[in-house]
Design a protein around this ligand. Sequence first.
Ligand SMILES: C[S@@+](CC[C@H](N)C(=O)[O-])C[C@H]1O[C@@H](n2cnc3c(N)ncnc32)[C@H](O)[C@@H]1O
Length: 303
Amino acid sequence: MTPQTSSIPAADLSARRLPSYSHLHELMRRFQVKDLVNVDAESFMRTLDEFEQLDDHEMEGFAGRDKQHPIYVKFHWGHRHDFGEFSKPGRMGNHHIMVMATFIDELKAIGQSLAGKRVLDIGCWTGGTSLLLAAMGAEVVAVEEVKKYAECTRYLAHAFDMRSIEVRHMSLYECITDEFQDAFDLVLFPGVLHHLSDPKLALRITFNCLTDGGSCLIETLSFDHDAEIVARRALELAPDPAREPWGWNWLLFTPGTLMKTMEGVGYTISHPCTVMDGRTFVVGRRDRHTDLWRAGLSVRTIR
Ligand SMILES: C[S@@+](CC[C@H](N)C(=O)[O-])C[C@H]1O[C@@H](n2cnc3c(N)ncnc32)[C@H](O)[C@@H]1O
């Protein structure tokens, strides 16, 4: 049976000051200019500036810049990076640290150490989560469909000699080759599900990537409703419809529908999901590989 949802107002969570937050924040202090290994400070700053200047649709394989998401064309920092001598203010700030602390402290899905764990980081943007996972001891494979962001994450890993991070410029939907099958103890899947055109297929792919006993940690925009529905968010609700008319896909689940869909692709939901500030946190465990309901599936051959 699907466990219940627990709702936590954002203010309560920050008041509780997730105990792991400061620990994780401290871990990120190992990525400072003084800790650079493979590049010097000057070339590091210059290269980051060059990333920032990227405003290029061709490198992403787009025929034109119109009708493409602006963030896919022009480089934007996703995560806040504090490099000691200077910092980069990302659009999501330290949200990635808060997400990880929530999975540790609220959902008890992982411990503070990920030593010995192989983790798939989906949609790594500018690498904040990948660096954090590596600092927690994980072996990380980070996938990102936007080339400029994959290259940025790869550069940061190289600069700090984080050999435990492997970055792949590819879509999650391409993670179906042998090397991704039964290969990961954890799939970290925050901030991406609501952008995807086919969330059910994506969830099945994450299920196939895990080993038996492995878990998928999801954080996603969601909306609250008792009915078991999925909503395509209306364009007029988008933050800036004039600028982002095509946006990402904005398929939003209710927490209950998300858990049912996860069960539908094979997951066991072992812990009540947490809803905070319009975002749902949920953990699915792959007890063992099982088949799924195939009627209407967009890719019939998916394992
Ligand atoms: C809102 S960001 C979330 C970043 C990161 N996961 C986090 O929570 O800190 C979404 C990222 O997912 C990437 N993305 C979207 N769809 C993807 C797909 N199908 N495969 C791989 N990456 C994808 C986007 O390019 C973007 O970098």
